[in-house]
Design a protein around this ligand. Structure first.
Ligand code: AGP
Length: 618
């Protein structure tokens, strides 16, 4: 999950690299480094443990020469602790004229390292990446052809990697290769860029190319050549980035997370845009890869995802099943991948991923495709690997999500999941069209309701700040509120580093109620009291059970719920809506609560410890 940038062109390479790394730092921030080749042909490298600011300080102390070619890296450590020595770039060859950066894991590095050690190569780091640097340098010293040397080595590497290389003796080109890790090209006028995602260069160009699996890039200022690992020329498709650099900047907010929470009305509205008619009917044009025949014959849907995206799946399951009557199961990608699931040609895999680069989810869909299933992706990143490997893609249009803790991507994913459920239902015909349209019309009103919730977050923020010393917070929910409880707990874990756990409220008396003691904070997502088959009375009973044992209750409830205030110290009200659509609203106060509590603890809310935005290793 590292950030990678490459550049060749007339600009100050250091400015381009540092600017790109700043926009990619959310991908990993254990260390950072850059290499450039000066106009008089000298390779120079600076690298430093810790966040990008440490590297910038290092360069201020030890300036780099002006250069027009270079590579940069910000690291999430896999092999070797986050130290200066393990920071990328890594230099290759005994004369150290080659510089390499790497995102991913080289699974066979040990045997390759043994081969090099046997020849007398000495290493200066504990990383797998340095092995590739020495191998390429060795092959270049033999052949004198850098592209050939590069190609001969990358085909030997197993695992997941995006690798960039520059060499002092070939100062006009950056070489890149990708296998199971993201890489995009930015096309400029007399300059070209490489990045882990388009955020690396979007301030310079919006013309981009996604590099495919097992492909090599030869990047020069005036040309871009893409070849397959076996040497065939590839004609990749160009796309235009549909957001600009300002969208990927904080814009005056205290944190990216705060900005992205506030972006949610737009994220939901943009995800609905063009897909939901004013009469409530759904029009999904991106699903051409799935025929109506396929949909009519569907016997099962398996949703695969990780973390917050998996909770989006858990929520969408309720709507998809209720409206389309197709059985849905939600599985964590890394669990699905390594069991023996029952997959038939009438199984649809729905993969949900903000980044589209989560290796666990990529491995899950590849496995499912091998077993004959069709895959539909719900993804927030244009041209991501997941999107390119799926039979159909419903893009969420939440814009770039930079904070590691996912917020606007989640509400957009839930929205996209509901659109999918309504679309499937309109083809399957199990539920009257009028009922589907009624839900669709309510869905159209959600952006406005989200705005109302955003405008009323002061109470959730105050409660979060007041509980900065909490050691544990429990979350309860039923039906669609249960995944919301799970998500609220995850936000608190990843932002405030405290114990937080989500439970199905009905499960409490089967064990977890033993956790309740005097003063235990419990946040309860309360369903609407309006539906005749509402679970509201049961949840009120659950609240009474824990209050009787000393719990302090914060309830998230629907406006107009007059009962709940009798049982909860604090009630945060959200606007009324269709029961199944409520998670788009009830999850938002939990985001604000976690953000406020983490801020009160003085923690870095955008880059929590040990985490990275996109987990591109298994
Ligand atoms: C959520 O706040 C976390 N950042 C994490 O659980 C994330 O949702 C998960 O890693 C999945 O990422 P993806 O959506 O990019 O696949």
């Amino acid at each position: 999950m590292c950030g990678i940038v490459g550049y060749v062109g007339p600009k100050s390479t250091l400015d381009v690299l540092i600017g790109g790394l700043r926009r990619l730092e959310y991908r990993g921030y254990d260390s950072a480094g850059v290499s450039v080749i000066s106009p008089d042909g000298h390779l120079e490298t600076r690298k430093k443990a810790g966040k990008l600011v440490n590297l910038v300080a290092e360069i201020e102390e030890h300036p780099l020469p002006t250069a027009h070619i270079g590579i940069g890296h910000t690291r999430w450590a896999t092999h070797g602790a986050p130290t200066d020595g393990n920071a990328h770039p890594h230099l290759g060859g005994q004369r150290q004229k080659l510089s390499l950066i790497h995102n991913g894991i080289i699974e066979n590095f040990a045997e390759l390292k043994a081969e090099l050690v046997a020849e007398g190569t000495t290493f200066s780091s504990e990383t797998d990446s340095e092995v590739a640097a020495h191998l390429i340098a060795r092959e270049f010293e033999k052949s004198g052809d850098l592209a050939k040397a590069f190609a001969s080595v990358v085909v030997r590497l197993h695992g997941a990697f995006t690798i960039l290389v520059i060499h002092e003796d070939q100062p006009d080109m950056v070489l890149a290769a990708r296998r199971n890790a993201p890489l995009v090209i930015g096309l400029g006028d007399g300059e070209n860029f490489l990045g882990s995602d388009v955020a690396a260069f979007v301030e310079h160009t919006k013309r981009a190319i996604s590099v495919g699996q097992d492909e090599i890039v030869i990047l020069r200022a005036g040309s871009v050549e893409v070849r397959s690992f076996d040497g065939k020329t590839v004609q990749p498709e160009e796309f235009t980035v549909d957001w600009d650099a300002s969208a990927a900047s904080k814009g005056g907010w205290s944190s990216f997370m705060a900005k992205e929470i506030a972006d949610q009305p737009q994220a939901v509205a943009d995800t609905l845009m063009g897909r939901l008619n004013s009469d409530g009917s759904v029009r999904l044009t991106e699903t051409d890869g799935l025929s109506h025949e396929d949909i009519k014959n569907l016997e099962r849907i398996i949703i695969v995802a990780c973390g917050t995206a998996s909770y989006a799946g858990d929520i969408a399951k309720y709507g998809i099943e209720k409206w389309s009557r197709i059985p849905v199961q939600v599985e964590l990608s890394h669990e699905f991948r390594y069991r023996d699931p029952i997959i038939t040609k009438n199984t649809l895999i729905v993969a949900i991923s903000q980044s589209g680069e989560t290796m666990d989810t990529l491995m899950a869909i590849r496995y499912a495709k091998e077993l004959g299933a069709k895959v539909l992706a719900i993804c927030n990143t244009q041209g991501a690997t997941l999107a390119r490997e799926s039979d159909a893609v419903i893009y969420t249009h939440a814009g770039p999500e930079v904070a590691v803790a996912s917020t606007k991507a989640l509400t957009a994913q839930i929205t996209a999941g509901y659109l999918l459920g309504l679309w499937l239902a309109s083809i399957r015909g199990a539920v009257p069209a009028a009922e589907l349209k009624r839900v669709g019309i309510d869905l159209l009103k959600m952006p406005g309701r989200v705005s109302q919730v955003i405008a009323g977050l002061e109470q959730a923020q105050r409660l979060g700040t007041s509980m900065a010393d909490a050691k544990s917070v429990l979350f309860l929910g039923r039906n669609v509120g249960f995944p919301v409880a799970m998500e609220g707990a995850l936000k608190l874990k990843e932002l405030a580093y405290i114990h937080a756990e989500g439970f199905a409220a009905g499960e409490l008396k089967h064990g977890p109620i033993a956790l309740i003691e005097e003063g235990q904070p419990v946040i309860v997502i309360v369903p609407s009291p309006r539906d005749e088959d509402s679970l509201h009375p049961k949840v009120i009973s659950n609240i009474q059970e824990i209050r009787a044992r000393g719990a302090k209750i914060i309830a998230i409830a629907e406006e107009g719920d007059e009962q709940v205030s009798n049982y909860a110290e604090n009630v945060i009200f959200v606007p009324r809506c269709e029961t199944l659509l409520a998670p788009i609203l009830t999850v938002i106060p939990l985001q604000a609560f976690a953000l406020a509590l983490s801020t009160a603890k003085g923690l870095d809310v955008d880059q929590p410890r040990n985490l990275a935005k996109s987990v591109t290793v298994e």
